[in-house]
Write a new protein. Sequence first.
Length: 166
Amino acid sequence: MTTHELLEREGLIEAALSAHIALLTTEGRAERRRDTTYLERFATLRGLLLFRLAELRAVREARSAVEERYLAGHMALFPDAVKAWDEQARNTETLADVAVRLAELDGVPPSEPLDPDAASARVTGLVADLVEPAKTTALEKLGEGEQAQGIAIGWLRPKLLLATPT
């Protein structure tokens, strides 16, 4: 169910970003380009698409790592979900490619390359998001509540610290 919800959310995000690209690049474009914020808005849009693409890739990599390590390489998703996931990734990649190319044509300065260390850290975090709740649930069912609580606290504490305003 989580995958279906994620795919639905990604589809909505993709539709919104696609509409934004259309608004920036259709009729009245010459007039909009005279707007001093045009390049900044286009750069932001391109960045959002590249971020979404990186996120989809990280989720796929995390899922593959979990399947390999804990499921002996068996797929965790049903075939229709795998097909939908791959289609969403292709759609987002195509849209990101379009945004990058249009931004180049409009003179938007190139974006900073994504940090590979940050991408790797994101995959590690997503693996934990998949594995730690499952460990906690399994330990609780086995009557190991204290150990389950320790795992849950260790997994949640960094998330709560990031969410706490400073």
